[in-house]
Design a protein around this ligand. Structure first.
Ligand code: 6GU
Length: 239
């Protein structure tokens, strides 16, 4: 998979080369390029923004600069992702879909956003998603790109040490994951739940399922409401 990011703060994307993502690059599983939007400016001031039509606070990013940048970076196989608090909420299902793409391009807006015609024009040639990572406002799309790329790349074959852990994640079965424990058996007078040391794997699976259901009910009741009818059995319903 190829990933290109266009931003006015290229240094903000340095973490794309760290840890898990850095290893994926080293191993040739992904290719990552970060581009400075100002490379496509036309004036001596290297201006990327201008006052909004209709008035109001803040600045809007200029269409000519973004148009030239995207012409240079996008090709036939590109999906363009524009992080914005006004986008569709990013989900695990979208991460799975992105993991199947060959080329992702991220266009990071700052200020009050990018002239909407840039998105409209790009959508004539390629799939375009305006995506939000949650109901709060960031200064720009850069931190959102880090989130979306990490969630996507960890799903690529060979990136995670143990592929089973991706399958057992919170959200992959529509529930939050329950608690985990490691040694020692007692720590600061707190004991590991007895069932986990029983060796009875049917009992352990049932306990974990119940913990996931209880946690989801308490913290994210909205997730339970969206679960398909047939994904809960009669034991689940008792919880
Ligand atoms: Cl994707 N961008 C910005 N600027 N703010 C956000 C966001 C994205 N998602 C939530 N808040």
């Amino acid at each position: 998979m190829r990933i290109d990011v266009v931003t006015i703060f290229p240094e903000y994307l340095a973490p794309l080369r760290a840890a898990l993502l850095g290893r994926a690059i080293e191993r040739g599983l992904i290719q990552v390029d970060v581009h400075d939007l100002r490379d496509w400016t036309h004036d001596v001031h290297r201006a990327v923004d201008d006052a909004p039509y209709g008035g109001g606070p803040g600045m809007v990013m200029k269409p000519q600069v973004w148009g030239d940048a995207l012409d240079a970076v996008c090709d036939e196989g590109t999906r363009l992702i524009v992080p914005t608090p006004a986008g569709r909420p990013f989900t695990q299902a979208m991460a799975r879909a992105y993991a199947a793409e060959e080329h992702l391009v991220f266009a990071c807006g700052r200020y009050e956003g990018i002239d909407q015609r840039v998105i409209e024009d790009a959508a004539r040639r390629m799939p375009v998603d305006e995506v939000s990572i949650g109901d709060y406002v960031l200064v720009g799309g850069e931190a959102a790109v880090l989130v979306i790329v990490e969630a996507t790349v960890r799903l690529l074959p060979g990136v995670l040490g143990n592929p089973v852990s991706a399958e057992q994640d919170s959200f992959s079965d529509g529930l939050l994951e329950g608690p985990s424990y490691t040694r020692p058996e007692v720590w600061r007078d707190l004991a590991v739940p007895e069932v986990l040391r029983s060796g009875n794997h049917a009992l352990i699976d049932r306990w974990r399922r119940d913990q996931a259901l209880e946690r989801t009910l308490r913290r994210r009741p909205d997730l339970l409401e969206r679960l398909p009818e047939d994904s809960l059995d009669s034991r689940d319903r008792a919880v």
